[in-house]
Design a protein around this ligand. Structure first.
Ligand SMILES: [Zn+2]
Length: 451
């Protein structure tokens, strides 16, 4: 397979042919989760998108190192552990476990490396010392800041001018800073907050610095691809570039910057601060991870994706249909190039899905070889990876309720409603919904159907 890969590079704002630094080993770094709360559907998008990019790169290059970090020291974590009244380690361990289970559920491969920030504090201290030595950072009152105006290329990724940044409201104001646009590399910790010894006193690193230190360790000073959600472009990625290039004396940090757009719900961004989040783990017992995966790649990664019941139902139906064409593939099967083309063209997953739909028509009444190609093409994006038996079994298990039980539950709910116990009646309705039974009240009568 000789096809070139094209990616939209946010550093140049252009779609470019991917040219690796070293063909023998491709390096990709993606900012992973800050583990203060269990991941939601918005977090699932980059997990799946970059898993697909990992697969595409591996199909062309013999060795790909994919690093996705875990931020396990951060103000959000301290705040969340206080709110939940549990220790920081208990919180981070629980969330990391849940995150890893979510990735598995979404059918993602493990990255080559999943480093934790707290295990690399020594490297961060080293990098800060380097930045101070080179005159890019300064210490004041146990804080260390990066002096933004010392780095001429600052703002290149986000297309922002320094003056705009200074005027921007997202900059944290502090008396310790020389200039308002400077950002923190190290700060002191309060008692009971996690802290490490450093030349500037007991404290902890700034978030941006973590990624600069960990990417350097696993991928070197210059590497191919850096990814993450679109909200990370500024200030996080801009600051990563500044730190890394100044500490390492390089002209580049990462060559290609790839960012996925948001997931919305009723066209509003899904975020904890908006109060409209759906946790991934809440889907685990209701629907196969393949359904979520297909939904997540149903739009191009650069487009916002609106999440709703209809989308999930549609994806469920598509997979049901596709499983009609499923065969067990035991040998290596090549996917025809024209079928693959959209994926190599800036990860055009909807285009690839459309090609699979077309090929389905041919494969359904075609030869066993056609079905093998069809299944392999689905497998390539992490779908139809489970056997048909397991797919059918999962569906049955999730609706393992008899008609008798459903009618009994509806009767119980009617009673609760007559007694004005709406809490109970809602609970019964939700219980049924969890088992895939949708009930509707119309003209004083309750009807039900399977979702
Ligand atoms: Zn990062």
């Amino acid at each position: 397979m000789n096809k070139d890969i094209f990616l939209t590079n946010n550093l140049s704002n252009k779609k470019e042919k991917f040219i690796p630094i070293n063909e023998k080993n491709i390096g990709m770094y993606v900012c992973g989760p800050t583990v203060y709360d269990e991941p939601h559907i918005g977090n699932a998008r980059p997990i799946v998108i970059f898993d697909i990019l990992f697969k595409i790169l591996k199909s062309k290059f013999s060795s790909v190192t994919y690093v996705r970090n875990i931020t396990d020291v951060d103000d959000k974590i301290i705040k969340s552990s206080n709110e939940k009244k549990i220790s920081i380690s208990e919180l981070t361990e629980t969330v990391i476990k849940s995150f890893n289970e979510d990735c598995k559920y979404l059918n993602c491969e493990n990255p080559s490396q999943q480093p934790k920030a707290t295990e690399h504090i020594d490297l961060m201290i080293k990098m800060i010392s380097e930045l101070i030595k080179k005159g890019f950072a300064y210490e004041n009152n146990k804080h260390v800041y990066f002096e933004v105006k010392k780095f001429n290329d600052y703002g290149q990724l986000s297309n922002k001018k320094l003056e705009e940044l200074i005027a921007g409201s997202r900059i944290e104001v502090s008396d310790n800073k020389k200039n308002s646009e400077d950002f923190v590399l190290w700060k002191p910790s309060l008692e009971k907050e996690p802290s490490w010894d450093s030349p500037w006193g007991k404290g902890r690193p700034g978030w941006h610095l973590e990624c600069s230190a960990m990417s350097k360790k696993f991928l070197g000073n210059e590497f191919d691809i850096h990814g993450g959600g679109i909200d990370l472009i500024f200030p996080h990625h801009e600051n990563e570039i500044a730190q890394s290039r100044c500490a390492n004396d390089t002209k580049i940090f990462a060559n290609y910057w790839i960012h996925n757009a948001f997931i919305t719900m009723s066209n509003e961004k899904m975020a904890k601060s908006q109060g409209n989040i759906l946790k991934i783990k809440d889907f685990r017992n209701k629907v196969s991870g393949q359904v979520l995966r297909l939904a997540l790649i149903s739009a191009h990664y650069k487009q916002p994706l609106d999440w709703n019941e209809k989308l999930l139902n549609e994806c469920h139906k598509i997979l049901n249909k596709w499983y009609d064409c499923y065969v067990e593939v035991k040998k290596k099967v090549l996917i025809p190039e024209d079928l693959l083309t959209p994926l190599y063209d800036d990860l055009n997953t909807p285009g690839y899905i459309a090609n699979i739909h077309k090929f389905y028509e041919k494969a359904l009444n075609g030869s066993i070889e056609d079905k093998e190609i069809f299944t392999t093409a689905c497998n390539f994006i992490g779908l139809l990876t489970d056997t048909k038996d397991n797919w059918v079994k999962f569906k049955k298990e999730k609706s393992n309720i008899t008609e008798e039980e459903i009618l009994f539950k509806i009767e119980e709910r009617d009673k609760a409603r007559k007694n004005k116990d709406y809490k109970l009646s809602d609970k019964i309705r939700d219980e049924l919904l969890n088992k895939g039974v949708l009930i509707e009240d119309k003209d004083g009568k309750t009807t039900w159907k399977l979702k």
